[in-house]
Design a protein around this ligand. Structure first.
Ligand code: NAD
Ligand code: MG
Length: 386
């Protein structure tokens, strides 16, 4: 049997390790030919996974850690590489299935490179679509790469659309847990700390996406992600707060019918769907017990406490480069929040200021104009913070 060639970009993160867990359980190196695994700071974790899965190459994004990676891989057949160019080369290595799970805009260039490969691109790195949606879709179309969502909401929408016609979609309803501050007043949200923001009630995720969930910037990114993935108009995309995170999202059709996809809050559901598509083998996720749950709650989101949602609407209307600015400004504002120099609610003010200050209407022509706009938004926000 020919083994499926697999690469995991961001293999040491929350999505990365969940992906590796599924690969291990499905037979690991016996079943898959693992091409590239990439990470950044967690060298021990990267090397351990690369040895176990007999990867061809392991790459750390940090050039200063090449020596450590070489040491950690000594005596194995795994090639050690480091730095941004090596990361792009690893993404360009031919693979049948690539998981894009680097966090933030740092994932954009490697994701674009993987999109040029053909095969299947499983996308957890939503920032790629937010920053360069049109470019990424065009690249996938050009290279005949199948783009599959690995974000739980978008996997849900994708699953609801299976066998349906896009032209008969009236609306999509993206659910949001509401994060740890769902029931806080605006006043209470003013003084929350990074530690409080990182403690998500339902999902176990990386630091950045946990904070984004608390501010609902994660949902803002997901609205934009949905627009590109499913070719939707802004007015067709809704957000609904659903505290149990069981309904992962819903699709409403022109006849008033609604399809919902449900499952436990475990990313291995969405990742496994993308890994096995179109099959549905047994996955190691808990089964939902509705009698135990008893209720599923739904509520409208509050744009006063979660201004990120208003900013997303603005970006959906403006298009292309506005998404780049929103994401870059949000990442810089978050660094400020983590350094305790920016208040929790001020993150949205900084993003809004960047959208006001930078000319970002229209779609970008190429990746370098995206990266330029990303840099401009970052320096704008950094100036505001200092
Ligand atoms: P994480 O912080 O746990 O892991 C990030 C990965 O990216 C790690 O492997 C890290 O080594 C690597 N990395 C960090 N900085 C890098 C850089 N500058 N260059 C190259 N690699 C770098 O993040 P995560 O929670 O796994 O999220 C990854 C992506 O998946 C994000 O785009 C996130 O929005 C998306 N996502 C995550 C979840 C979740 O449940 N965690 C759900 C949906 C979508
Ligand atoms: Mg999500």
């Amino acid at each position: 049997m020919v083994k499926r060639r697999i690469s995991v970009l961001g293999a040491t993160g929350s999505i990365g390790t969940s992906t590796l867990d599924l690969l291990d359980r499905a037979g690991g190196a016996e079943r898959f030919e693992v091409v590239a695994l990439t990470g950044a700071r967690n060298i021990a974790g990267l090397a351990q996974a690369a040895r176990r899965l007999r990867a061809k190459v392991a790459v750390t994004a940090d050039p200063a850690r090449l020596g450590d990676l070489r040491d950690a891989l000594a005596g194995s057949d795994v090639r050690a590489e480091a730095g941004p160019e090596a990361l792009l080369d690893a993404a360009a290595e031919p693979a049948d299935w690539t998981m894009s799970a680097i966090v933030g805009a740092a994932g954009l260039a490697p994701t674009m490179r993987a999109a040029a490969n053909g095969g299947t691109l499983a996308l957890a790195n939503k920032e790629s679509l937010v920053c360069a949606g049109r470019l990424l879709l065009d690249e996938c179309a050009r290279a005949r790469t199948t783009l599959l969502p690995a974000d739980s909401e978008h996997s849900a929408i994708f699953q609801c659309l299976r066998g349906e016609r896009l032209a008969e979609v009236e609306r999509v309803i993206i659910t949001a847990s509401g994060g740890p501050f769902r029931d806080f007043t605006r006043d209470q949200m003013q003084d929350v700390t990074p530690e409080e923001a990182m403690a998500h009630p339902n999902w176990d995720m990386g630091a950045a996406i946990s904070i984004d969930s608390a501010s609902m910037f994660n949902k803002a990114l997901e609205l934009i992600e949905a627009k590109y993935l499913f070719d939707l108009q802004a007015h067709q995309i809704e957000v609904l707060v659903h505290r149990q995170s069981i309904v992962h999202s819903m699709v409403g059709f022109t006849d008033g019918s609604i399809m919902a996809q449900m499952g436990p809050p475990d990313m291995r559901g969405a990742i496994g769907y993308a890994l096995n598509y179109p099959d549905r083998p047994d996955l190691p996720v808990e089964r939902v017990d509705f009698a135990k749950l008893a209720t599923l709650d739904f509520a409208a989101p509050d744009p006063d406490r979660f201004p990120a949602l208003r900013l997303a609407e603005r970006v959906l209307a403006a298009g292309g480069l506005a998404g780049t600015v929103l994401n870059a400004a949000k990442e810089e504002a978050m660094h400020g929040f983590l350094a305790r120099r920016v208040g929790f609610l001020s993150m949205a003010d900084l993003v809004e200021g960047a959208l006001d200050a930078l000319p970002c209407e229209g779609e970008p022509g190429d990746l370098s104009s995206v990266l330029e706009m990303d840099a401009a938004a970052r320096s704008h926000v950094r100036e505001q913070i200092s």
